[in-house]
Ligand binder design. Structure first.
Ligand code: MRU
Length: 352
């Protein structure tokens, strides 16, 4: 199974997603600064994978700390957590994972340095394993929503590459195929960084799944032609009322899906749910460098100096979401808020 981020002999090993599909390059990160750069540059990306990477980053900080002074080691880990929290603002899995690592750290006061190192690594590894299990459960719940012969349109990459493995939106597709369904996938290329073209197409083809690539502006024509059974996407943060932030372009796709009466499913683990945020207006949206728009893959496309707006995410209002597919079950609309309340548990972000 493809897993893009893991612990490997005292280092954080990631598949450099900026190099895909041209080259499969694995990086062995030995310093928190290198992991910080890798998250910012989207070498490791996708909400759950960012959370796992940050948790492993805390373990890395503990591992790299030289000496036996447990108090100073705890301070070094806390600094690393603060540093990693500043890498990307939208995917709440990052903050959820760091909070869990901070709580574990706080529970280790009085423990010797070696025990702290071990406990933090075990906690990060649990987060990784739990994400994998969540993706598999999301896959099973979501697969049941697809017809025996399905055509699915997806946006960005919510696949194995974006998680500890299996994927959320692509996990639904993988599980449906494993259950004997036929699924044809259409993948939006996902401008500006082309996660759909570079990553979704790559990982589905790698698994021998049926995928057809389209430019983002072809989605309306595809839905208008008929024959798409469902849109399935991931999420970076789901607010208490069910509004969901995901890769820029998701909102437009949801509007098109509603126009054509195609179900619009958001597949995400509860680590992506932020009950402390009332609705989408409270979700911070990352804005990235203009060059990502003007100079894709290093090729200049636009006049030098043109003004650019480059939000990395948008918010799909709950009313456009047919259902949220979580590891705890499917939450059907229209009252996503009630479903989130029903399935929420202690440990979820913002749970009261
Ligand atoms: O900027 P990215 O590539 O990290 O954005 C990723 C997405 O928007 C994904 O759809 C989302 O994180 C869900 S991944 C299971």
């Amino acid at each position: 199974m493809l897993s893009p981020v893991m612990w490997n002999a005292g280092r954080v090993r990631i598949l450099d997603q900026t190099r895909l599909p041209a080259a499969e390059v694995w990086l062995e990160l030995e310093q928190v600064d290198a992991l910080d750069e890798a998250i910012r540059a989207l070498r490791v990306r996708g909400a759950p994978a960012i959370g796992v990477a940050a948790a492993l980053g805390c373990a890395l900080a503990a591992h790299r700390f030289a000496g036996d002074d447990a108090e100073r080691l705890r301070a070094a880990v806390a600094r690393a957590a603060d540093q990693l929290a500043a890498t990307r603002p939208t995917a709440v899995n990052l903050f959820w994972a760091l909070e869990r690592m901070r709580r574990r750290l706080a529970s280790l006061v009085g423990q010797p340095a070696g025990a702290i190192r071990q406990a933090l690594l075990a906690e990060a590894e649990s987060i990784r394993q739990e994400d994998l299990a969540a993706c598999q459960a999301i896959g099973a719940h979501g697969a049941a929503l697809l017809p025996q012969d399905a055509t699915v349109l997806t946006h960005c990459n919510a696949g194995a590459l974006a998680t500890a493995g299996h994927g959320t939106a692509l996990g639904v597709i993988r599980s449906a195929v494993a259950a004997g369904k036929r699924v044809r996938v259409f993948a939006d290329e996902t401008r500006p960084l082309l996660q759909g073209a570079r990553l979704t197409a790559w990982e589905l083809m790698r698994d021998g799944l049926e995928v057809t690539l389209i430019c983002d502006n072809m989605a309306g024509a595809l839905l208008g032609r008929g024959g798409v059974s469902a849109c399935v996407v991931g999420a970076d943060r789901i607010a208490r009322n069910g509004d969901a932030a995901n890769k820029i372009g998701t909102y437009g796709l949801a509007v098109l899906a509603r126009r054509h009466a195609v179900p619009f499913y958001v597949a995400a683990p509860f680590t992506t749910v932020d009950l402390s945020v009332a609705d989408g207006a409270g979700i911070p949206i990352e804005e990235r460098a203009p060059e990502e728009v003007t100079c894709p893959q290093g090729v200049p496309f636009a006049p030098a100096g043109v003004r650019v707006w480059n939000p990395a995410f948008d918010v799909t209002p709950a009313e456009l979401i047919t259902a949220l597919v979580t590891e705890r079950g499917v939450i059907h609309g229209p009252d996503l808020a009630a479903g989130l309340r029903r399935l929420a548990r202690p440990g979820d972000r913002g749970f009261e």
